[in-house]
Design a protein around this ligand. Structure first.
Ligand code: GRF
Length: 193
């Protein structure tokens, strides 16, 4: 069974676009109910609009506190009947309350092999540490940053010649593949459990 996806972005939105394409081509059964950006300057906003997808900007800077911002977010997601939230380069950490409200309904993609390299600057840290393999992870979002149950991962080899840019590029390609595989596997389980 497909989901009604709400994709949350803050930047380029290449994962978002990839999910939109997969939905349009019926590679996944899920539909994109909305794309929400917390950043009014996110490049992904224009791209999603061009594809005819509902796009909503909920700018956190216009709210005096996190509760009000997240209430707007929740209300809009409910209005659009979203039943799975996909974080795709969404750079705001969601509160415990929000995560509780949407328990097991938020997934995130992270550019490392979790539990290694949680947080930011993952590729830089991976290269400095001299890891031989890195990759990406899709996980459920819980109240701790990048710590929810891992759903699936993709691995890339880190070469001596790699720098932050080349590693990021290689991993992003894997991210696109991984997010779709995860959505397909969740769709198979959806409604059966
Ligand atoms: C990706 O590397 C993702 O793993 C991380 O932020 C980046 C977003 O890229 N959370 P894009 O906006 O999907 O191109």
């Amino acid at each position: 069974m497909g989901y009604n996806l709400g994709i949350l972005i803050s930047g380029n939105g290449s994962n978002m676009l990839n999910i939109i394409e997969a939905s349009k081509k019926k590679i996944i059964k899920s539909k994109i109910a909305t794309v929400i950006s917390n950043n009014p300057r996110a490049l992904g906003i224009k791209e999603a609009s061009k594809k005819g997808i509902d796009v909503k900007i909920i700018n956190q800077n216009k709210y005096s506190n996190i509760d009000d911002f997240e209430n707007s977010l929740s209300q809009y997601l409910l209005k659009k009947r979203v039943n799975l939230i996909c974080l795709a380069g969404f750079m705001k950490v969601l509160s415990k309350d929000f995560v509780k409200k949407w328990k097991n309904k938020i997934i995130n993609i992270h550019p490392s092999l979790l539990p290694s390299f949680k947080g930011l600057n993952t590729h830089d840290r991976a290269i400095r540490q001299g890891v031989k393999f890195s990759g990406c992870t899709v996980h459920f979002v819980n109240e701790k940053l990048d710590s929810g149950k891992i759903i699936d991962q993709e691995i890339v080899k880190v070469l001596k010649s790699d720098n932050v840019y080349s590693l990021q590029k290689k991993i992003l390609m894997k991210e696109h593949k991984l997010y779709i595989r995860v959505l397909k596997s969740l769709e198979m389980k959806n409604g059966k459990i």
